[in-house]
Design a protein around this ligand. Structure first.
Ligand code: HAM
Length: 418
C-alpha cells in the first residue's frame, strides 16, 4: 500500500471488482425473489431522528447506547446515520398513511447502515443489508413466508443455511418469564460477565444473547420461554413451525434466541451458514412497534440479511458469480447485408439486448478481430448468401462452432443463450 494522505474511515470498505460482482449478484437475486413475492421497493433516508431508534430499537440496547453515529445539525436537530432499517420503514408507514392501502404492505430494501462497532471480520461500521418488511396483517403464514424467502435467496446464491427459530411470546408471557429468569439468574449473578451484570436489573432478557463462554454455561441452565407461552402464542408458534415443515424447510429451535433489538415479540429467527460463527441475517415479528411510534395498532414482521457477511461466505466457498451479460457482436459483409444488419441491430436494441458492431469496417477479417478484442461470446455473421436466404450465422467464439439460423429467429435464439 502506498503511503498516501487520505484513507477510508476505519470499518468502511471500497467495494469493486470481484467484491462488487458478489454485491451485485446478491442485490439482483434478492430483488428478483422479493419481487416474485410481490414485495415493492422502498428507500428511506440515511439520516433519521435519533429519537426514532431510542424508542424502537431500545434505550438499553448496544445499538442505541454505544453504536450510533450521531450528529446535531446547525438547526439543532439530533440526527443519526440509520443503524437499521425497520424503524425507518415503520416511521414511513405512519407518516405516509400507508395503513390506507390494501394490507399487508410488503417492502424490500437494499442499502447501507451504520454502527460504531469494533471492526473485525463480518463486522463493519458501514455495512449493507437486504431487508423485507410486512406490515398490516398477522398470520403465521407470513412469518413462515418471510423465512422461506430468505432461505430461497440464500439457496439461489448457493449457500446452504440453517434457521434458528424462537418465540418471545406477547408482553404478558414475557413479563412472567422475565421475572422467573431473574430469580433463576440471581444465584449466578457474580459469575456473569461485566456487561451481563449491568443487564441484570433492567435488561435481563438480553443476557440470553451474550456470547461469553462463562455466561453461556449459565444460560444453558435457565428456564425457557416456550414453557411460558400463553395459549394464543403457543398456537401461533405451532402454526409457524407447521408452515416450515410443510415447506420442508430445515430449522432448529433455539429457546434462547432473543436478538439484539427490543421491538420483537413472538417469532424471532436467525440464519447461519455451516462453519460460520455469525448470523447471516435475522428478524422476527414486531406487532407493537407501529403503535409505539405513534401509529395505530398494526401487526408486522420482517428480517434483514447482512450483505458483507453473505459475500464472505460466497467468497470462501468460491461460488462463481457471472453478472456480466455475454457479449454479442454483429458482423456484416456486403451492402445489402449492411442494411439488414442495421435493421437487426434495432431489433436487438428494442429487446434490450446490447449488441456490439463495427459497421464502419467492411472486411470480415477486421470485424472478427474486433469481436475477438471485445471478448464477444457470440458473433453473428451476415454475409451475401445469408442475406439472400434470410439467414444468419451464429459463431460461438470460444469453440469456433457455427450454426445457421433464420433471421426471424435470431433474436429469440440469442436471448436463450445470454
Ligand atoms: P440485525 O440482526 O441487527 O437486525 O441485523 C441483520 C443482519 O445485518 C445481521 O444478521 C448481520 O448479518 C448484519 N449486520 C449487522 N450488524 C453488522 C455489522 N456491524 N457489520 C456487518 N454486518 C452486520 C436488524 O437490523 C433488523 N432491522 C432486522 C429486521 C428487519 N427485523 C425485522 N425486520
Amino acid at each position: 500500500m502506498t503511503d498516501q494522505e487520505f484513507k477510508k474511515p476505519s470499518g468502511t470498505r471500497d467495494i469493486f471488482d470481484r467484491e462488487g460482482d458478489y454485491f451485485q449478484k446478491i442485490e439482483d437475486t434478492s430483488r428478483r425473489i422479493a419481487g416474485e413475492y410481490n414485495f415493492k421497493t422502498i428507500r428511506t433516508p440515511i439520516l433519521e431522528e435519533k429519537r426514532l431508534f431510542v424508542r424502537s430499537v431500545g434505550e438499553r440496547t448496544d445499538i442505541v447506547q454505544k453504536e450510533m453515529y450521531e450528529l446535531t445539525t446547525k438547526g439543532g436537530d439530533e440526527l443519526v446515520l440509520r443503524p437499521e432499517g425497520t424503524a425507518p420503514i415503520v416511521r414511513s408507514y405512519i407518516e405516509n398513511d400507508l395503513y390506507k392501502k390494501p394490507q399487508p404492505v410488503k417492502f424490500y430494501y437494499f442499502g447501507p447502515f451504520f454502527r460504531y462497532e469494533r471492526p473485525q471480520k463480518g463486522r463493519y461500521r458501514q455495512f449493507h443489508q437486504f431487508g423485507l418488511e410486512i406490515l398490516g396483517k398477522k398470520s403465521p403464514a407470513l412469518d413462515g413466508q418471510l423465512i422461506l424467502i430468505f432461505w430461497k435467496i440464500f439457496k439461489s446464491l448457493q449457500i446452504e443455511t440453517s434457521v434458528k427459530i424462537n418465540n418471545l411470546g406477547c408482553e404478558g408471557c414475557r413479563r412472567e418469564y422475565v421475572e422467573d429468569l431473574k430469580k433463576a439468574l440471581k444465584p449466578h449473578k457474580e459469575s456473569l460477565c461485566k456487561n451481563c451484570k449491568e443487564r441484570f436489573d433492567k435488561n435481563t432478557l438480553r443476557i440470553l444473547d451474550c456470547k461469553e463462554e462463562k455466561c453461556r454455561e449459565v444460560i444453558e441452565t435457565m428456564p425457557q420461554i416456550v414453557d411460558y407461552l400463553c395459549k394464543a402464542c403457543k398456537k401461533n408458534f405451532k402454526r409457524v413451525l407447521e408452515f416450515l415443515n410443510k415447506m420442508e424447510l430445515p430449522y432448529e429451535l433455539d429457546p434462547f434466541l432473543v436478538r439484539g433489538l427490543d421491538y420483537y415479540n413472538n417469532t424471532t429467527f436467525e440464519f447461519f451458514a455451516e462453519g460460520w460463527g455469525f448470523a447471516l441475517g435475522g428478524g422476527g415479528r414486531y406487532d407493537g412497534l407501529v403503535e409505539a411510534l405513534g401509529g395505530r395498532k398494526t401487526p408486522a414482521c420482517g428480517g434483514a440479511v447482512g450483505v458483507e457477511r453473505t459475500v464472505e461466505v460466497m467468497k470462501d466457498k468460491n461460488i462463481e458469480v457471472k453478472n456480466k451479460p455475454k457479449k454479442v457482436f454483429l458482423a456484416q459483409l456486403g451492402d445489402s447485408a449492411k442494411k439488414k444488419a442495421f435493421e437487426l441491430f434495432e431489433e436487438f436494441r428494442k429487446e434490450g439486448i446490447p449488441v456490439y458492431e463495427s459497421m464502419g469496417r467492411d472486411s470480415l477479417k477486421s470485424q472478427m478481430s474486433r469481436a475477438d478484442k471485445l471478448g464477444a461470446e457470440y458473433t453473428l455473421i451476415l454475409g451475401r448468401q445469408e442475406c439472400i436466404k434470410n439467414q444468419i450465422i451464429i459463431r460461438e467464439m470460444k469453440s469456433g462452432k457455427q450454426e445457421t439460423v433464420s433471421l426471424d429467429e435470431v433474436v429469440e435464439e440469442i436471448k436463450k443463450r445470454i
